[in-house]
Design a binder for this molecule. Structure first.
Ligand SMILES: Nc1ncnc2c1ncn2[C@@H]1O[C@H](COP(=O)(O)OP(=O)(O)OP(=O)(O)O)[C@@H](O)[C@H]1O
Ligand SMILES: [Mg+2]
Length: 201
């Protein structure tokens, strides 16, 4: 048990270091590659309400995706830490004029004042950041359990449609096999700068 926790901790440390070491020019290439991968994907093409994130800590950047969505009239959302419900996320529309503030982790998020919220289940697609992934849709996040708790409603009916969960990552974040816990919500697939890894048919 403690061995498994230590493994997760050291894998997180190693992968976060690896993605932070990607040079800015390479990051820009990956951001473009990621958009190409998503443009080929039916789940992305048919989604109108799409949640994503602002990159930090070397995460692959969805900023090209955001620009593209705005051009096409798709609505983007950003996650916001829930002010009351512990370790859960809310989703707020992200437009050109959205005011951003720093949250407790120093990550920029939209201000909650007067912001209309969208519940997680009413999103068509969520593009999640991650620290490591495997080809089966296993996801290792930063360790807060935020996404797992927010999407716990997907347990049991993940094949019956509803909100699609797709991870975004650099190829170098792929590992052979992640041990998943009972609370981990599997991803439908993972989009990287070169390809889409489809986990659930
Ligand atoms: N649905 C849930 N209900 C209660 N606790 C949960 C739930 N999902 C996860 N947790 C708790 O959150 C903690 C962190 O989970 P985990 O290690 O899977 O984080 P993670 O997936 O890496 O993080 P994140 O989802 O924020 O990126 C775990 O200790 C777990 O007990
Ligand atoms: Mg998890």
């Amino acid at each position: 048990m403690t061995q498994a926790i230590d493994f997760k901790k050291s894998l997180r440390r190693q992968m976060r270091k690896a993605r932070r070491s990607i040079k800015p020019a390479q990051q820009r290439q990956h951001a473009k590659g990621l958009l190409s991968t998503l443009r080929r994907l039916t789940q992305f093409r048919r989604s109108q309400n799409i949640a994503l994130y602002l990159p930090s800590d070397g995460e692959i950047s969805p900023e090209e995706v955001i620009d593209y969505c705005r051009k096409l009239g798709k609505q983007c959302y950003l996650p916001v830490l829930h002010p009351v419900r512990h370790n859960r996320l809310w989703f707020i529309p992200y437009n050109k004029d959205t005011v951003l503030i720093n949250n407790i982790y120093g990550i920029k998020e939209p201000s909650l004042i007067k912001a209309p919220r969208r519940p997680a289940w009413a999103l068509d697609l969520v593009l999640l950041p991650l620290v490591a992934f495997d080809e089966e849709g296993g996801r290792l996040g930063m360790g807060g359990g935020y996404y797992d708790r927010t999407f716990a409603f997907k347990q049991g009916w993940r094949k019956s449609g509803g909100t699609s969960l797709i991870g975004l990552a650099h190829d170098l974040q792929k590992v052979e096999r992640l041990k998943t816990e009972s609370w981990d919500i599997p991803l439908e697939g993972i989009a990287t700068e070169t390809r889409f890894y489809r986990a659930i048919q």
